[in-house]
Design a protein around this ligand. Structure first.
Ligand SMILES: NC(=O)c1ccc[n+]([C@@H]2O[C@H](COP(=O)([O-])OP(=O)(O)OC[C@H]3O[C@@H](n4cnc5c(N)ncnc54)[C@H](O)[C@@H]3O)[C@@H](O)[C@H]2O)c1
Length: 366
């Protein structure tokens, strides 16, 4: 008997009938759907920085915000590449960081759910979901926020805004998550500045969508796997090593996707789906390996989120289908991961490791 879901799929399938011909007429780059940061070079190349631009925003000696900003570079021990396009992000509202006074009055359960005094590295924090999770961590008590992103302009701007809005130290490293040497160098620099990080949130990622497997350019396939999967590994390795060396417990949060567990409809995106399935299984493996170091590793698997890159007219037809297949009948808001991110970063999730938590408005229920 046809279920409501299959009936919906049939309706959606019919609604989507004219789409393939239309979408396939588009050049491949124009067919990328949600959240793709991959409009830049199409060919596979590993980004190798020779220097890492660092923008440090700290309060001055009297504790006044945004008084000192310091733009420097640190050399990578050994080797470059262009950023994804700029997309307008919502202006930052004032962030009220958790003060010692407020913290001391909070019930112990709420204290445990904060990230008080934690040093938090967030990749992909220049915009989108990563940027909002960075804002949430700043509100929830972080001692310092560190953004790793390949987009120099946006990364610098968002670090400056986050510092101004929160008064916290915020450091931006222009690092590509494919560049292991740059990552190691930047993480070492974080340790020098703040001590070993307590938390890594790996949100950097790209998507190629509406590309049938039979015409998928292998170079593009490799590039996406390199960013989404190998990038998760390189980041986790560098940050994990610094936690292990410091003998410090830690939390690693990998942003995967529901696409790691289901196949999206109607767009064809085998590579993205495979990359996120890899992230989930990598996260579980790492959780098992590193439990002995008291390092927890969990994945967040978002459904369709209303981030900047989904806000393009070419996706309107598909977005209707995505919504109709989501029980909550909406896309996720850009801050819908915030609460889970803070919880997973906090000590309140101390017995949680190896989990993969869906935040998808119910999409994967049917
Ligand atoms: N938006 C969605 O619908 C959705 C759904 C499921 C999962 N996700 C995942 O959430 C994460 C964030 O998505 P988003 O919507 O915020 O995307 P976004 O494109 O708005 O932000 C991604 C950020 O990652 C950075 N980035 C891209 N490639 C990089 C690289 N090689 N090195 C360093 N930084 C790089 C970009 O500069 C950008 O700041 C991604 O991993 C994505 O796969 C998103």
């Amino acid at each position: 008997m046809a279920t409501a879901r299959s009936a919906l799929r049939m309706t959606s399938r019919m609604a989507a009938m004219p789409r393939p011909a239309a979408s396939r007429a588009l050049p491949a780059f124009a067919q990328r759907a949600f959240l793709s940061g991959s409009t830049a070079p199409r060919k596979s190349e590993v980004i190798k920085e020779t220097e890492i631009p660092v923008s440090v925003y700290t309060p001055d000696a009297k504790g006044v915000n945004h008084a000192t900003s310091d733009h420097t570079s640190i050399p990578v021990r050994r080797n470059p590449q262009g950023p994804p396009p700029a997309v307008e992000e919502e202006p930052m509202k004032t962030i009220t960081p958790l003060t010692n006074e407020v913290y001391s009055k909070m019930p112990s359960t709420m204290q445990k759910m904060s990230v008080k005094d934690k040093v938090i590295i967030i990749t992909g924090g220049a915009r989108g979901l990563g940027n909002y999770m960075a804002r949430a961590c700043a509100e929830a008590g972080a001692k310092a926020i560190v953004i790793f992103d390949a987009n120099q302009e946006l990364g610098d701007q968002s670090a400056a805004e986050l510092h101004e809005a929160s008064g916290l130290p915020v450091v931006f490293y222009k690092v590509d998550v494919r560049d292991g040497s740059a990552i190691n160098t930047a993480v070492e620099n974080v340790v020098e500045k703040f001590g070993a990080p307590d938390v890594l949130v790996n949100s950097a990622g790209i998507a190629d969508s509406n590309i049938p497997a039979e015409t998928y350019d292998p170079a593009m396939f490799r590039r996406l796997i390199d960013i989404n999967l190998t990038g998760s590994f390189l980041m986790a390795q560098a940050v994990g090593r610094s936690m292990i060396a410091a003998g410090k417990p830690g939390s690693i949060i990998l942003v995967a996707s529901m696409s790691g567990s289901i196949v999206n409809y109607p767009q064809e995106q085998s590579c993205y789906n495979a990359s996120k399935a890899g992230v989930i299984q990598f996260g579980k493996s790492l959780a098992a390996e590193w439990a002995k170091y008291n390092i927890r590793v969990n994945c967040i698997s978002p459904g369709y989120m209303d981030t900047a890159l989904n806000k393009v007219p070419a996706l309107d037809a598909q977005k209707k289908i995505w919504k109709s297949l989501t029980p909550q009948n909406r896309l996720g808001a850009v801050d819908d991961l915030n609460g889970l991110c803070v919880f997973l970063a906090s000590d309140a999730s101390g017995f949680m490791t190896g989990s993969n938590v869906a935040i998808d408005g119910g999409y994967t229920l049917y």
